[in-house]
Design a protein around this ligand. Structure first.
Ligand SMILES: Cc1ncc(COP(=O)(O)O)c(C=O)c1O
Length: 385
C-alpha cells in the first residue's frame, strides 16, 4: 500500500501530463526556434500553452514566461526587479516565513549591500500589515511575500499588502511567491495589483523542472540567463518542451476541474482535522479550516516524539508525510516557519506536515490516522521506559 500525503513537497503527475510529455519527446521534438515545420509546430503548441496559463492566472499571454520552476522564477523576479529599481534605493522587504529560495537570496543580497527587513508573523502565520506600514520607507524598492505558506498554509492578504505598498509609492515592486497558491485558492493576478508572481509545475500534478513567472506588462525586468533571445530575451536557453507540454496539460486539467479539486481537498482536510482531534490525545494542530488557510496543508505537533522518528515509522507502513518542507529537511535546523509563529523549540521538533491532493481519498485518511495513533502510543510508551 502507498499513501502519499506529501503533496506540498511535490505531486504525482497526472496520466495526461505524462502522455503530453511523451508526445513532446517522441514526436514533437523540434526546436521551437527552428524555421521549418518541425520547429513551427512546437512553437505553435507552446503559444497555446502560454495562453492557457495566462487564462489560469488571469493575465495576458505576453505576461507569462517559462522557467525551470519556482526557485528560478523567484530568483529571476527578485534580481530582475531590484536591478531595475536600484537607483531609487536599496531597502528590500520580505517575511520570516518565505521559502528558502527567497530567504537565502535575501541573505545573499544583504551581503551585496542591500538593507533587508524580514516581517514577523503572528501565531497563525500571518504578517502584520501595521508592521509593513512602519518599515516601508523612501529607500524601499521591493516587497516580496509568499502567498500561501508551504508549511502551514496561511494565506497572506496580497491585495491589502499591495494597497499599502503601492499607496506609499507606486514605484516599489511587489513579487509574490505563488507556488503553493496556484491551483489551491482562486485568484486572478490582475486583481492582486502586483508586478510578478512565481508558479511551479510539480506542485499541481505537473512535471518537475518547469515553472513560470508572471511579469506585469507595464514593467521591465532584467534577465538572469542571457542566451538566444528565447522568452522575449528574459530567459535564454532552448525551451524545456516536454516540461512545458506537461505543465500545459496540468493547467488545462486545473482550468476544467479547479472547483472540484478544491472542494475535494477542503473536504479531505475537514475530515482529517476532525479525525485527528477525535482520535489522537495530546495533538496540537497549527492551522485552521477557514478561508485564511489553503485547503491542502495540515500542520500538527505530536509532543514527545521527534518528527523524524514518526516520519520513518509511517513510511514503513507506506505512508508518506513531511517533517517540514522537502527542500529544508536535509539541513537539520528547526523549521523556521514554526519558529516565526512562536512555537517552542521542543514542540517544533515534533512537527508533521500532511499535505493533500485531489487524488487522495477518505479511506487513505482513515488508514493514516489509525497508523499515526498506533505509532504515537507505541513510541511514547518506549520513550517513557
Ligand atoms: C512556496 C514555495 N516556493 C518555491 C518553491 C520552489 O519551487 P521549485 O521546487 O519548483 O523550485 C517551493 C517548493 O518547495 C515552495 O513550496
Amino acid at each position: 500500500m502507498e499513501i502519499y500525503l506529501d503533496n506540498a513537497a511535490t505531486t504525482k503527475p497526472e496520466k495526461e501530463v505524462v502522455n503530453a510529455m511523451m508526445k513532446a519527446l517522441n514526436e514533437m521534438y523540434g526546436n521551437p526556434s527552428s524555421l521549418h515545420s518541425k520547429g513551427l509546430e512546437v512553437e505553435k503548441e507552446i503559444k497555446k500553452i502560454r495562453r492557457l496559463l495566462a487564462r489560469a492566472l488571469g493575465c495576458d499571454e505576453k505576461e507569462i514566461i517559462f522557467t525551470s520552476g519556482g526557485t528560478e522564477s523567484n530568483n529571476l523576479a527578485i534580481r530582475g526587479l531590484i536591478e531595475r529599481n536600484k537607483r531609487q534605493g536599496n531597502h528590500i522587504i520580505t517575511s520570516k516565513i518565505e521559502h528558502k529560495s527567497i530567504l537565502n537570496l535575501y541573505q545573499k543580497l544583504e551581503k551585496e549591500g542591500y538593507k533587508t527587513t524580514y516581517l514577523d508573523v503572528d501565531e497563525g502565520g500571518f504578517i502584520s500589515l501595521e508592521q509593513l506600514k512602519e518599515v516601508i520607507s523612501e529607500d524601499t524598492i521591493l516587497v516580496s511575500i509568499i502567498h500561501v505558506n508551504n508549511e502551514v498554509g496561511s494565506i497572506q492578504d496580497i491585495k491589502e499588502i499591495s494597497k499599502i505598498v503601492k499607496g506609499y509609492n507606486p514605484q516599489i515592486s511587489i513579487h509574490v511567491d505563488g507556488v503553493q497558491s496556484f491551483g489551491k485558492i482562486k485568484y486572478h493576478v490582475k486583481d492582486l495589483n502586483i508586478d510578478t508572481l512565481a508558479i511551479s509545475g510539480h506542485k499541481v500534478n505537473g512535471p518537475k523542472g518547469i515553472g513560470a513567472l508572471y511579469i506585469n506588462k507595464n514593467i521591465k525586468i532584467n534577465p538572469l540567463l542571457i542566451g538566444g533571445g528565447q522568452e522575449g530575451s528574459l530567459r535564454g536557453g532552448t525551451e524545456n518542451v516536454p516540461g512545458i507540454f506537461g505543465l500545459g496539460e496540468a493547467t488545462r486539467l486545473l482550468i476544467e476541474n479547479q472547483d472540484i479539486y478544491i472542494e475535494k481537498i477542503y473536504n479531505l482536510k475537514k475530515y482529517l482535522m476532525d479525525l485527528l482531534e477525535k482520535e489522537i490525545k495530546g495533538i496540537q494542530i497549527n492551522n485552521k479550516l477557514n478561508d485564511n488557510y489553503a485547503p491542502h496543508i495540515v500542520s500538527i505537533l505530536l509532543p514527545g516524539i521527534k518528527s523524524e522518528i514518526m516520519l520513518h515509522s509511517l513510511a514503513s507502513d507506506g505512508i508518506y508525510v513531511s517533517s517540514g518542507s522537502a527542500c529544508s529537511s536535509k539541513d537539520r535546523k528547526l523549521n523556521h516557519v514554526l519558529q516565526a509563529m512562536g512555537i517552542k523549540d521542543e514542540y517544533i521538533d515534533s512537527a508533521i506536515r500532511i499535505s493533500l491532493n485531489h487524488r487522495n481519498t477518505m479511506e487513505e485518511i482513515d488508514y493514516f490516522v489509525k497508523k499515526l495513533k498506533e505509532h504515537y502510543i507505541t513510541l511514547k510508551r518506549i520513550i517513557r521506559r
